[in-house]
Design a protein around this ligand. Structure first.
Ligand SMILES: [Zn+2]
Length: 579
C-alpha cells in the first residue's frame, strides 16, 4: 500500500536514506550476549555528524554504550523521546536463506537480524530526526533520539542504565518505542495496535519435596516427580480471576463478529467459558484475547534433584513464567498459586525469581491523538486500538522512573500485516519490506510535528475550530485508575504552554516551568515528594531481563515487586528552584 499524501520524490529520498542506514546497522553484529553496541553507537554518531548534528555516546561498560541526541525545535513545547534498542538476538546462519549480518536487499525487503526487531526503528527514527533538522527544526518542543543497548538479554546497560545514571539526557514528556504498530485486517478494516502499557512479570519456582528412595517400588509414597507432574497440570488447567480493566471492549468487538459471544467475552463471569468457545471456532483470535484477562501461569522448566534413573528424588523444581496485569504485584500471584494448588497432596514452597510490576501510560493523550491523526492522514481508514503489550519492553523502565511520561509502543507497518511480520521476530530470515521501513521513518517525522498541534486540540482547539471527536470509543483504564487525573494534568500543562505564546512555557504562577516528566514541579506535589537521590536518578529495582514478546527468566533472584521504590523522605521542590 502507498503512503497517502506524501510526494513520491520524498518517499524515494527517505527510502534511499533509511535503507542504506539499516543495511549498515545490520552489518554490525550486535548479538546479545555480548552485545557490542558501542560499535553501532559510533556508527550513529558518525551518521549524524555527517549531517551536522552532534550527539553523545554514553554508558558502561566500554563495549555496551548508548547513543543519545537532542534536537530542539524553534518553538517551546513538549519533549518527545524516540527510543529503539541496537542489540539483537543471536542468529544461526545455517538456518537462514541470506547471511543474517549481510544486510542483503532482495525482493523489496532488507534481510538480516534486527531488520524487524528493532534496528529498523533505530534507522527510521534517525532519518526522521535528520529530516526535522534539515527542515530548519520547524517544530515545537524537542525531540530526543535514543539508540540503546541491552534490551534482549538484560537491562543493565541500556534503558535502565540511562534512567538511573543519566536521567538528564532522557527525561521526556512523551516517548515512542517498539512494541506496537503492527496491523491486522479484520472485515476490511485495518486495525493497528497501540501499546499503551505492559503486563508485569512474577516468575517463580516451586520446590516440590518428596521422599528419596529406590524406584523399584512404585507404591512407595512421596515421589516428587509425580507430585510435580500434578502441579504442572494444575497450573496449566487453572484459570485465574478475570479482570477487564485493560481489555478494550472495542478491540473484542472488532475481532469477534458475534454480538452475543462478544457480550459474554466481555463479562467477567462468563468470559472463560466464552473464550473456550471462541478457541474452538477461531484459536488465533482467542489467543489474542486470553492474556488480557489477567494473570497467567506457564510452567516452562522442570528439574529433578536426582540424576539417577532408579532413585526417587528428594525434590523437583518447577519453574513458572507468570504474567500479571499492569499495576498488580506478586502478592496476587501468590494468592492464585495457593488456589491453583489447593488440591495437591504434596509439600511445596514458592520462591519468586523475577518480578517487575507492569505499568501503563495515560490514554488518550496528546501523543495518542497525534498518532491517530498521522495514521489517518497516511493510511486512510486505519484505526488504532490501545492495548497493553503482553510481554515487556524498555518503556517499563521509563514509566517507572518518570511516573508521568506518556510512553507508547508504536512503529507502524503499512505493507505487510502482523500474520507476516510477527512470525519473523527472533526467527531466521528476519526481514522488513522496504515500504514498511520507509513508512516508519515518515511516520516518526510527522508525529513529532503533530504532537504540538494535537496538544492544542485536546484543550479545545484554537478559536473557531471544533474539538476532535475521539474515534476510539472505549479505552482501557490504563494505569489503574490514573488516566483521568493524568489527562486533566496534560490539559493543564498544555494550557500553560499556550498561555504565553512565544515566551516559553510558564507556570500559571508566571514563573518559568521547571520540567519534570511532563509537568511543572510546582504543580506536582506528588512528584516532588517522590523524588529521591541528589542526582535526580530514580532508585532502582530488580534488574529484570526482558523482551516485549517472549516470556523470559530473570537473571536476578528477587522478591521485590516494584521497579521504582518510592522514597519515604519527602523533598520539597518549588517552581523557583532550579532543577
Ligand atoms: Zn525488540
Amino acid at each position: 500500500m502507498e503512503i497517502t499524501g506524501v510526494d513520491a520524490g520524498v518517499v524515494t529520498e527517505v527510502e534511499r536514506e533509511v535503507v542504506d542506514l539499516l543495511v549498515d546497522l545490520i552489518k554490525v553484529d550486535t548479538s546479545n550476549p555480548p552485545g557490542n553496541e558501542t560499535e553501532t553507537a559510533r556508527l550513529m554518531d558518525a551518521w549524524f555528524r555527517a549531517r551536522g548534528l552532534e550527539g553523545q555516546i554514553v554508558g558502561e561498560p566500554e563495549h555496551r554504550k548508548n547513543f543519545i541526541l537532542r534536537l530542539d525545535g524553534t518553538r517551546p513545547g513538549p519533549t518527545l523521546l524516540l527510543l529503539a534498542h541496537m542489540d539483537v538476538v543471536p542468529a544461526e546462519a545455517e538456518s537462514w536463506s541470506e547471511p543474517p549480518f549481510g544486510g542483503v536487499i532482495k525482493d523489496d525487503h532488507v534481510w538480516g537480524r534486527g531488520a524487524g526487531d528493532i534496528k529498523n526503528l533505530v534507522a527510521a527514527h534517525a532519518v526522521a530526526v535528520s529530516r526535522l533538522a534539515a527542515s530548519g527544526r520547524d517544530f515545537a518542543g524537542s525531540v530526543i533520539y535514543a539508540a540503546t543497548a541491552d534490551e534482549e538479554e538484560g537491562t543493565d546497560c541500556g534503558a535502565l542504565w540511562l534512567v538511573q545514571k543519566r536521567p538528564d539526557l532522557v527525561r521526556s514528556d512523551y516517548l515512542v518505542n517498539e512494541g506496537g504498530g503492527e496491523f491486522q485486517v479484520v472485515r476490511g478494516e485495518r486495525i493497528y495496535e497501540l501499546n499503551t502499557g505492559e503486563k508485569g512479570t512474577a516468575q517463580f519456582r516451586l520446590v516440590v519435596h518428596g521422599e528419596a528412595g529406590h524406584a523399584s517400588v512404585p507404591l512407595r509414597k512421596g515421589n516428587a516427580v509425580v507430585a510435580a507432574a500434578q502441579i504442572v497440570q494444575a497450573l496449566h488447567d487453572y484459570r485465574a480471576d478475570v479482570h477487564m480493566e485493560t481489555l478494550p471492549a472495542d478491540y473484542v468487538r472488532l475481532l469477534v463478529d458475534d454480538d452475543e459471544l462478544c457480550r459474554r467475552l466481555l463479562t467477567a463471569e462468563t468470559a472463560r467459558a466464552a473464550l473456550a468457545e471462541l478457541h474452538e471456532r477461531d484459536s488465533k483470535t482467542a489467543r489474542l484475547i486470553e492474556p488480557h484477562y489477567g494473570l497467567t501461569f506457564s510452567p516452562t522448566i522442570v528439574h529433578s534433584s536426582s540424576e539417577a534413573i532408579n532413585v526417587f528424588p528428594e525434590r523437583v523444581v518447577v519453574t513458572v513464567d507468570c504474567r500479571t496485569l499492569a499495576g498488580r504485584s506478586e502478592d496476587e500471584a501468590r494468592v492464585e498459586v495457593d488456589r491453583a494448588l489447593a488440591g495437591i497432596d504434596a509439600p511445596w514452597e514458592l520462591e519468586f525469581v523475577g518480578s517487575v510490576m507492569g505499568n501503563a501510560s495515560a490514554d488518550p493523550s496528546p501523543l495518542s491523538e497525534a498518532i491517530d491523526r498521522v495514521m489517518e492522514r497516511f493510511v486512510p481508514g486505519a484505526r488504532t486500538v490501545p492495548l497493553h503489550c503482553v510481554g515487556f519492553t524498555d518503556s517499563n523502565w521509563f514509566r517507572a522512573a518518570f511516573p508521568d511520561v506518556v510512553a507508547y509502543g508504536f512503529g507502524p507497518y503499512i505493507e505487510e500485516d502482523s500474520d507476516i511480520t510477527s512470525d519473523q521476530f527472533h526467527n531466521h530470515d528476519e526481514r522488513i519490506h522496504v515500504r514498511d521501513l520507509t513508512f516508519q521513518a515518515v511516520f516518526a517525522e510527522e508525529v513529532v510535528r503533530a504532537l504540538w498541534r494535537c496538544g492544542q486540540r485536546l484543550r479545545g482547539g484554537p478559536p473557531g475550530r471544533p474539538a476532535p471527536q475521539r474515534r476510539r470509543g472505549s479505552s482501557p483504564a490504563g494505569q489503574y485508575g490514573r488516566p483521568a487525573r493524568i489527562a486533566a494534568m496534560h490539559r493543564a500543562t498544555i494550557a500553560a504552554w499556550t498561555a504565553t505564546p512565544g515566551t516559553g512555557p510558564h507556570c500559571p504562577c508566571g514563573k518559568p516551568f521547571q520540567w519534570l516528566g511532563n509537568q511543572c514541579r510546582a504543580s506536582s506535589p506528588r512528584i516532588a515528594a517522590t523524588r529521591t537521590s541528589k542526582s535526580g536518578a530514580p532508585e532502582s529495582g530488580p534488574m529484570a531481563t526482558s523482551h516485549h514478546g517472549m516470556p523470559r527468566a530473570n537473571r536476578q533472584t528477587s522478591s521485590v515487586a516494584s521497579p521504582a521504590k518510592k522514597s519515604t523522605q519527602p523533598q520539597r521542590i518549588g517552581c523557583l528552584e532550579t532543577v
